[in-house]
Design a protein around this ligand. Structure first.
Ligand SMILES: [Zn+2]
Length: 266
């Protein structure tokens, strides 16, 4: 058993809240730092199916990537989705903690996990969020050897355990230097081109951003918001398990194994 505060402290060491972007809302979103935690579930999104699974598994605390509250809560109507979800959480004494852009930026967080999953080396910062401290969203790195775009696409699919990606062929050159940003990173296509990347890997790309990639001569891989972020769910669970073991504390950590990408290919 651990206090919720102790689990929060462990997460704070990995991804300090002060790293987060101003608009973000990381931290404890439900529950109390004083409550006891025996079992944690890590996930990308807190949803009713995830909370149902947490209840079934006797989970005391959910650690999510996406905060389920951003703006002021105007009501807690239990006939609507969010209110119903909060009622389920609170009535089962389940705390919720979110590590969002702080986990994107943190060393060993979402972007580093993504960079490692697709085989990058010599990983550097990409979109600087704090020049003094060297914080950045996304990463730039290099493949161990030059590959064709199609070979790299195979590596991405294998590394992220996904069946499909969308690609934009903006260049015929082979691929060595890769820029990436997990989740919704389509705003940074020009930045990736400016930094001289051969390919930019992200999620949530729309038509005009694809057009921009072609015009700027950079290849684009859209591996999906879910696809580029989901690998961190297991890494978070492994991290919490390892830290609890170091402290000789009993803490069971499971991952959300029911959530899938909302998008299907047919
Ligand atoms: Zn995201």
């Amino acid at each position: 058993m651990m206090k919720c505060q102790t689990v929060m402290d462990i997460l704070e060491r990995l991804a300090p809240k002060k790293m987060a972007e101003d608009w973000d809302n990381p931290g404890l979103l439900a529950g109390s730092p004083q409550q006891e935690v025996h079992k944690v579930m890590t996930c990308l999104d807190v949803s009713i199916p995830v909370v149902e699974a947490a209840i079934k598994e006797s989970v005391d605390m959910i650690v999510a990537h996406h905060p389920m509250i951003f703006k002021g809560v105007r009501h807690l109507r239990t006939d609507l989705y969010d209110g119903k979800m909060f009622q389920m959480l609170l009535s089962h004494n389940i705390a919720v903690y979110a590590a969002h852009t702080n986990l994107d930026i943190a060393e060993g967080g979402v972007n580093d996990v993504l960079a490692q999953a697709v085989g990058l080396e010599k990983i550097e910062s990409f979109v600087i969020t704090d020049a003094e401290k060297g914080f950045s969203l996304g990463r730039i790195g290099y493949l161990p050897q030059v590959k064709s775009l199609d070979e790299f696409v195979m590596d991405v699919k294998k590394g992220l355990h996904i069946s499909h990606v969308r690609i934009v062929r903006g260049s015929n050159k082979p691929v060595r230097k890769v820029a990436l940003c997990s989740g919704a990173g389509a705003d940074f296509v020009s930045k990736a081109a400016f930094k001289g990347a051969d390919v930019y890997l992200t999620g949530d790309v729309k038509y005009h951003e694809a057009q921009g990639a072609v015009q700027q001569g950079i290849n684009l891989i859209d591996a999906g918001h879910f696809g580029t972020e989901f690998p961190v769910v297991q890494v978070l669970a492994d991290y919490l398990t390892a830290e609890a073991a170091k402290m000789k504390k009993d803490l069971e950590v499971i991952t959300d194994n029911i959530s899938q990408d909302f998008f299907e290919f047919c």
